[in-house]
Design a protein around this ligand. Structure first.
Ligand SMILES: *[C@@H]1O[C@H](CO)[C@@H](O)[C@H](O)[C@H]1NC(C)=O
Ligand SMILES: *[C@@H]1O[C@H](CO)[C@@H](O)[C@H](O)[C@H]1NC(C)=O
Ligand SMILES: *[C@@H]1O[C@H](CO)[C@@H](O)[C@H](O)[C@H]1NC(C)=O
Length: 451
């Protein structure tokens, strides 16, 4: 009984992203580190005896090997890092699909070790390196493990070097083993990657806009942020709106801060955005009817209706339901004139920029390719990239949504050409009567502004 409670408690507390954190920089901890539960999460279990036990979490085991559920598990002897492991139901032969980060030139050969009913089965794995590696040394890989009758219902999996005779040192639980009949979320947003984040006001404005648009869940792959940002994340996580996935790859390899290797040196494209997005697609494949894959500073706003809930049926009617939807990027530079109509004095002490001040967008020249982000049914996706899909089910594809129906509003501090004629577009202001009080409420609840 006692160990049962302790187990539940440690499971719960280990979900917190901030169990180990410094005052200033809230770094996601690695899966290899022990979980130290924060003391204030111990309302029912505050006897010295139990507290002592709970500081060293029980090691959950499968097939006598330690289980690690968090991303970034290094494969011994190889420059391969496993992010997540998922059951792939969409082909006639069931398989396990693992999202990983691999050193591209290593040309590794892998074996899958699967745990089935207490016994392990080893079989050769196949993998493919996604083409959108931007010439960085590391790239995203999909590793697949075939499932056959010797082990028809594996619960845990690990990857090892095929030539290695050693045992694996940890297993990852396989997610998506069962397909639920209903999805808990209609719209989920995958945000990758939160790195050195401190724009608190922008974060709250985006979160509240996401809610007004109809999102029910936001998944954030988080490396680090400042302590006020952490307070906001805690607020939303406690309410079930946010899931934080600790994104600790920079402890193993150098991440680039950009997408051009010569301008932003490093071993992996843009903080590892692409493996994070692919992991999010599989993680939420059966949790959410749709996924929006965009950044924190981007808002997909419909022009004629207010919410995605109303927009999506309209898009499916017009473009079909077996496609993903591309929304045209529109830049709103903070260097443009600031419009003070919705300036809030009480927000001024909060770090970040009030996006309500920026309603002038750069024109997108016609007949020139415009960038976009997507909303997609994740069950259509095999491999995703930052802008659109690399590989999808049954030849699925994404269609460009006419910008008279919806656009993506991208708020960003950047310098634009002096001769650009900006276009006034205050669509965001149609949300202010809901947005302003909602943002203030969260800032107050987190102690960042006075009531
Ligand atoms: C099933 O997997 C086992 C273990 O890897 C292997 O020995 C066997 O050949 C496989 N059977 C089939 C039919 O693929
Ligand atoms: C934009 O960046 C410039 C230069 O870094 C800075 O001086 C300015 O305050 C920034 N503006 C906003 C609104 O963040
Ligand atoms: C977008 O829709 C508008 C209004 O219906 C139409 O005039 C325009 O031609 C469409 N644009 C494209 C590229 O289809």
């Amino acid at each position: 009984m006692l160990s049962f409670f302790v187990f539940i408690y440690v499971q719960e507390s280990s979900k917190g992203p901030h169990a180990i954190s410094t005052e200033q920089n809230h770094e996601s901890k690695d899966s290899d580190l022990p979980t130290v539960p924060p003391v204030h999460h111990l309302p029912l279990l505050q006897t010295p005896h139990i507290y002592h036990i709970s500081t060293s979490p029980p090691s959950t085991k499968a097939c006598n090997v330690e289980v690690k559920d968090r991303p970034v598990i290094k494969v011994s002897h190889l420059n391969t890092y496993v992010i997540g492991s998922y059951m792939e139901h969409r082909f006639s032969e069931k398989q396990i699909k693992m999202i990983a980060i691999v050193l591209r030139h290593e040309q590794a050969a892998y074996s899958c070790v699967m745990c089935c009913d207490g016994g392990t089965v080893t079989s050769p794995a196949e993998f493919s390196i996604h083409s959108d590696h931007f010439n960085f040394d590391y790239g995203t890989a999909s590793i697949t493990c075939p499932i056959n009758s010797t082990c028809s219902s594996p619960t845990h999996v690990a990857i090892k070097a095929r030539a290695s005779l050693g045992r694996v040192t940890s297993f990852q639980p396989i997610k998506n083993i069962n397909i639920p009949t209903t999805f808990p979320y209609e719209f989920t947003i995958c945000i990758s990657v939160m790195y050195d984040y401190k724009s608190v006001l922008n974060l709250v404005q985006s979160m509240e806009m996401f809610r007004l648009l109809g999102a029910q869940r936001v998944v954030i792959y988080k490396t680090n942020c400042n302590s006020d940002t952490q307070k906001i994340l805690d607020y939303y996580e406690k309410r079930g709106f946010v899931e934080i996935i600790p994104w600790t790859i920079k402890k193993h390899i150098t991440v680039s801060h950009g997408w051009k290797r010569n301008e932003s040196p490093g071993q992996l494209h843009y903080y590892g955005q692409i493996p994070a997005l692919n992991d999010c697609v599989y993680r939420y494949m059966y949790q959410s009817r749709y996924l929006a894959l965009h950044d924190m500073d981007e808002l997909i706003l419909p022009s004629k209706v207010k919410t995605w809930t109303e927009l999506l049926p309209e898009l499916e009617n017009r473009y079909g339901s077996n496609v993903g939807f591309e929304f045209e990027n529109n830049l709103f530079p903070f260097e443009a004139k600031a419009h003070m109509d919705h300036e809030q004095n009480k927000w001024k002490s909060v770090q970040g920029t009030n996006i309500l001040k920026y309603i002038d967008r750069l024109p997108n020249p016609p007949n020139v390719f415009n960038n976009f982000k997507i909303i997609v049914n994740p069950r259509l996706v095999l491999k995703t990239t930052v802008h659109g899909l690399l590989h999808s089910m049954n030849g699925g594809y994404t269609v460009r949504v006419n910008n008279s129906i919806a656009r993506m509003y991208h708020f960003k501090n950047f310098t634009y050409p002096p001769n650009a004629e900006l276009i006034r577009d205050n669509r965001l202001w149609d949300y202010v009567s809901d947005l302003i009080p909602a943002v203030s409420k969260v800032l107050q609840a987190c102690g960042l502004i006075e009531a």
